[in-house]
Design a protein around this ligand. Structure first.
Ligand code: AMP
Length: 359
């Protein structure tokens, strides 16, 4: 049993780790953050830090022994790292959630195995198999690396005229999949939490708009039909149950509209707190960060209800230079991540606006 005063270990020192650590502190927990970069933004708010590579076994064992439970803020935690930590302490979410979400082929096979709609996909090992996969799936299609893809990286559109071998060369001929293009109307996500006892609490469906492949704005509610909203929640729950998941997860989906009917197609799972859930900080009764801490500590989940109509906008690169103007705006919740250098495409902060329902 984790009690206030215990120590939560967090792998990863970015803004997600930072916001998890702040939520943990509110509940009387100490935090210890493990990250390879000594300039990690989460270090500003942690009681203890370890600066070491994720492959440093001795440092991982020391870290595991110094904390009561370990969680993480990114899905690319190496499997060996997860195994070392699990041997000495409790890791939540579990290693299976990491394994499944790190590899697009395993991820899509797992989701399809649950009977959930996804885009047609195929793995391939050489140019002949690539051509055969494209023939089967049809164009347009998307070539995606199996591992380490995010925010549109490791991904190439294959249009009718695209040379498929050149597309594969573009990702360095990395192990990849071909996926059917989904003519979606909108991108939506479910952010939800599952506790060790199997309790489940989902936030309302989020509608996400991207700019240059990076999340720009999340709006909640998503404005879909009640049936679609329910189906999205059922999908997220069945994924969480199948993984025996503990913590917050996000399920990204495409909303397809055909002849006035809505249909959901799952794109991917993030086994962690998620950018499309940032609105819950100030926009919901319990933030996703608090909810994650509650779940990984084995505590009761909080209520996931919305506090109004919510809009969250990311502050990317120099957007964050607007901080004074945002602070002067009544009711805007400004969150800055303490990053010193505003590189293009870098997430520097976000702003959440909550409007009264029905106004
Ligand atoms: P991902 O890295 O899989 O999240 O993909 C990044 C973005 O590329 C998504 O948010 C979509 O906008 C787009 N995308 C990915 N896969 C597909 C697909 N199969 N069909 C259409 N658009 C896609």
């Amino acid at each position: 049993m984790i009690r206030p005063g215990s120590t939560l270990g967090i792998l990863g020192g970015g803004q997600l780790g930072r916001m998890i650590a702040m939520a943990a502190a509110e509940l009387g927990l100490k935090t210890h953050i493990y990250a390879p970069d000594e300039n990690s933004p989460a270090f500003d708010v942690a009681g203890e830090v370890t600066v070491a590579p994720y492959e440093d076994e001795a440092a991982l064992v020391r870290f595991a022994k110094a904390v009561d439970v370990v969680t993480y803020e990114f899905e690319n935690v190496p499997s060996e790292t997860a195994a070392i930590l699990s041997a000495h302490t409790r890791l939540a979410p579990n290693a299976q959630a990491l394994a499944v979400s790190q590899d697009r082929f395993l991820e899509k096979s797992f989701i399809a195995g649950l009977g959930i709609a996804i885009a047609p996909f195929a793995a391939f090992a050489d140019e002949t198999e690539l051509a055969a996969a494209l023939d089967r799936i049809g164009r347009p299609a998307v070539l995606k690396t199996r591992r380490f893809g995010y925010d549109g990286k490791g991904q190439v559109m294959i249009r009718p005229e695209t040379d498929h071998v050149a597309a594969w060369n573009e990702v360095g001929r990395a192990s990849s999949i071909i996926e059917g293009f989904v003519p979606f109307e909108r991108e939506v996500s479910v952010v939800a939490a599952r506790s060790a006892s199997g309790a489940f609490a989902a936030y309302d469906l989020c509608a996400n708009e991207h700019r240059h492949h990076i999340l720009d704005t999340t709006r909640v509610p998503a404005g879909v039909s009640a049936g679609t909203e329910e189906q999205a929640m059922r999908i997220a729950r069945s994924i969480a149950d199948a993984l025996d998941y503990v913590g917050v997860l996000a399920v990204e989906m495409f909303l397809v509209t055909e002849g006035g009917n809505e249909r959901l197609v799952v794109n991917e799972i993030a086994p962690r707190v998620h950018n499309s859930g940032h609105w819950t900080l100030g926009g919901a009764v319990t933030s996703q960060f608090e909810q994650h801490v509650r779940a990984v500590c084995g505590w009761p989940l909080g209520k996931a209800s919305r506090l109004g109509l919510v809009e969250m906008t990311n502050l990317i690169g120099h957007d964050a230079d607007e901080w004074e103007r945002i602070l002067a705006e009544p009711g805007a919740h400004l969150h800055l991540y303490g990053k010193t250098e505003a590189r293009p495409g870098r997430k520097m902060g976000h702003v959440t606006r909550v409007f009264p329902e029905g106004a």
